[in-house]
Design a protein around this ligand. Sequence first.
Ligand SMILES: [Zn+2]
Ligand SMILES: [Zn+2]
Length: 154
Amino acid sequence: MEVRIADLGSVPRRVEFSEPVEGMNRQLALSPGCTGQHFDEALKVAAELQLCGDDVVVTGRLEGGVTGDCPRCLDEFFRDIKREFRLVVERFDRGAGAESSAVASHDGYRLDLSPLVVEELLLGIDDTTPCSEDCRGLCFGCGANLNRTPCTCD
Ligand SMILES: [Zn+2]
Ligand SMILES: [Zn+2]
């Protein structure tokens, strides 16, 4: 999702979009520590964009989820993610020579929101949560998934 900087002003501009899974999965694959997870659902984003000097302030809310393994039973399940975020996107002229220190930057013409919202989604993933509160995990002896199969160790 790209916005034109010229369309923004000091009055917040509302945008709503959904981010398709293909691009999100590509970005996920490049993120360290996110192996074994993938997106099956588009990410829904509602945000307000406001120009503050040369910076773009993005405030919004995202709703989505990621499919990944349960740390206890290793079954795949869908983790819901809802997250509010606020980002300051600084202007950065590539021609100026200096490296930008900002996490997110725009070139004064266009701002691509897609990588920013996917990054926010990735920050919201907690891969230590089990598939359910009372997930019984795997038996250390026989390896049975105790949610489905009784232990055969005896
Ligand atoms: Zn589990
Ligand atoms: Zn067992």
